[in-house]
Design a protein around this ligand. Sequence first.
Ligand SMILES: C[S@@+](CC[C@H](N)C(=O)[O-])C[C@H]1O[C@@H](n2cnc3c(N)ncnc32)[C@H](O)[C@@H]1O
Length: 239
Amino acid sequence: MSEVVTIGRATLYCGDALELLPGIAADHIITDPPYSQRTHGSHDKQSLRRRDGAAARELGYSALSESDALRLAALLHNCPGWIVWLTDSELAAPLRREFDRLGRTTFAPLPYFHSGRSVRLAGDGPCSWTDWIVVSRTKAQSKWGTLRGGYIANEGWNDKERMGGKPTRLMQLLVSDYSREGDTVCDPFMGAGTTGVACMREGRNFIGIEICPDAFDIACKRIEDAQRQGDLFLDGEAA
Ligand SMILES: C[S@@+](CC[C@H](N)C(=O)[O-])C[C@H]1O[C@@H](n2cnc3c(N)ncnc32)[C@H](O)[C@@H]1O
């Protein structure tokens, strides 16, 4: 049984994405599912080495195996618009091949990184971090315009409510690049709801799914606040 909460332009489900996705219709998917065991494992090792606040740095959810990721790709591939999937170097190449096999057009993964850190194109290594964004569209999709070749997530790097969260600024850029005002964007692995916050700020409708009740509660609150702030801003503009 899943819980559903509607907050203005957002519909949020607390439940399992794999069960709920077949009943969901959205224009685009912009999502940040768990990464591979390789990334989760190295994160856990680093957390153990930190003596301060190691517990607070636990991810609190399991990694995605390659076969899980391919199964998820099969559930998502009928999306009529963009699929934008944040992942690591382990899963980016198999996902690209799978979306192509399923009949979509999938581009070389886009990097996103913090410019203050050293960048390794493999996405892992000492003192470095690069994440990858797999971007795929249907063959029928009309011309969209020129898009960025990568993202630098300097601003808002620490602006997260929960480990594994993404900077709001990064998600806002992705939402603005890969959807249009009034479109409905779905994030089936919304965590603390950063994609939802980005959608509220960019005038999109949002459908979010999250399996962890604590993360779900944080997402509901953040998305409600983002919507209220947007409404206040619009009221202020009208005055
Ligand atoms: C990387 S986090 C997302 C973080 C999010 N982008 C943010 O900024 O807060 C991935 C999320 O997927 C959730 N998750 C894992 N398996 C799931 C499933 N089967 N259905 C729904 N959510 C799931 C985890 O609980 C976790 O919160």
